[in-house]
Design a protein around this ligand. Structure first.
Ligand code: AFP
Length: 334
């Protein structure tokens, strides 16, 4: 029987890749894993207690109804970051503004974290996979001072690490620090994330497309053409038609495509002219992982990781997945 590598061991081994690292990033990643285990425990019990299911009765900055678990997960992650000492400030999809931590210890923290505590939360009540997504940057402001908006509005290519936790048929944590992508499955019997997907690579091509096709007539004609006359075209030898698969939970759709090959599209529409997904909490972290795994992530026209963010809750169109498929989809927009 081969020896299990726990996430903690893996993080410690990888610390040697960064010769001048002081261990803060390693501790931060370990803190995220602990918060993820606590959220996973709550998600797994969601149907059993009224405290976890249903609306919180509030809306977030984007006017979306907050679910009870959205709020619980948000508090859990914030609490972990606030007390860990590595993070000077955070921005969360669930909160209007960013949060600069005020304790002397936190003000010395090197990092900021931007995150979506529970993505796909409209799926919670129906027991469909959901996820948490995080993105870590080195602060721009001086250590010892409070975090600033400039710390939060950094380009995706400056991410130090990014990852997601998928609460699916098992709970998985997938992350990158810019040296490949690795996936860890939570073994509930020992309460540890264990290395299960080493050096993940997204197949260069695939035959799955994921899109909310209810929007097909309100997005630009090139997308309709790509879906109807390319993805759905019957072409022997070209593995078409593709299979349409849409969970409506970005982390789950992305994870499936990462493993099997595929494309996920959330374009701009006449009702959402900037698209629906948020650059800082959803697109940048998944774009970093996609590129590290050999895939591509664009707005349909430009690389996601090269966008200079202007606002915390900025939205962008999102095309992410297998390289050949994303390039093909983009060619319909030209
Ligand atoms: P919710 O968190 O509100 O369920 O939104 C999920 C999400 O941001 C992303 O995870 C999905 O892929 C996408 O939105 C689904 O959006 P549509 O319901 O418009 O297809």
């Amino acid at each position: 029987m081969s020896k299990l590598t726990t996430l903690h061991e893996f993080i410690m081994d990888r610390q040697a890749d960064f010769p001048f690292a002081s261990g803060e990033l390693s501790r931060l990643l370990s803190d995220i894993a602990v918060a993820a285990k606590i959220v996973s425990k709550d998600v797994r019990r969601a149907g059993l207690t009224e405290n976890f299911l249903g609306n919180e009765g509030s809306t977030n900055i984007q006017g979306e109804e907050q679910q009870k678990l959205d709020v619980i997960a948000d508090r859990q992650f914030i609490n972990m970051f606030k007390t860990g000492g590595e993070v000077c400030g955070i921005a969360s999809e669930e909160n209007d503004d960013f949060m600069a931590f005020t304790s002397e210890r936190a003000k010395k923290g090197k990092y900021v974290v931007l995150f979506d505590p529970l993505d796909g939360s409209s799926n919670i009540d129906v027991n469909v996979s959901i996820g948490s997504i995080f993105s870590i940057y080195r602060r721009k402001s001086e250590a010892g001072s409070e975090a600033t908006l400039e710390d939060m509005l950094q380009m995706g290519c400056d991410q130090v690490a990014a990852g997601y936790v998928l609460y699916g048929s098992s709970t998985m944590l997938v992350y990158t620090t810019g040296r490949g992508v690795n996936g860890f499955t939570l073994d509930p019997s020992i309460g540890e994330f264990c290395l299960s997907h080493h050096n993940m690579k997204m197949p260069e091509n695939g035959r799955i497309y994921a899109m909310n096709e209810g929007n097909i007539n309100i997005c630009e004609p090139g997308i309709k053409k790509y879906v109807e006359s390319y993805c759905q075209q019957t072409l022997e030898g070209a593995s078409r038609p593709y299979s349409g698969r849409y969970i409506g939970s970005l982390v789950a759709d992305f994870h499936r495509n990462l493993i099997k090959g595929g494309i996920y599209i959330y374009p701009d529409t006449t009702t959402d002219p900037e698209g629906k997904l948020r650059l800082l909490y959803e697109c940048n972290p998944l774009a970093f992982i996609a590129e590290q795994a050999g895939g591509l992530a664009t707005t349909g026209r430009e690389r996601i990781l090269s966008i200079q963010p202007e606002r915390l809750h900025q939205r962008v169109p999102f095309f992410v997945g297998s390289k050949t498929m994303v390039e093909q989809a983009m060619s319909f927009l030209k």
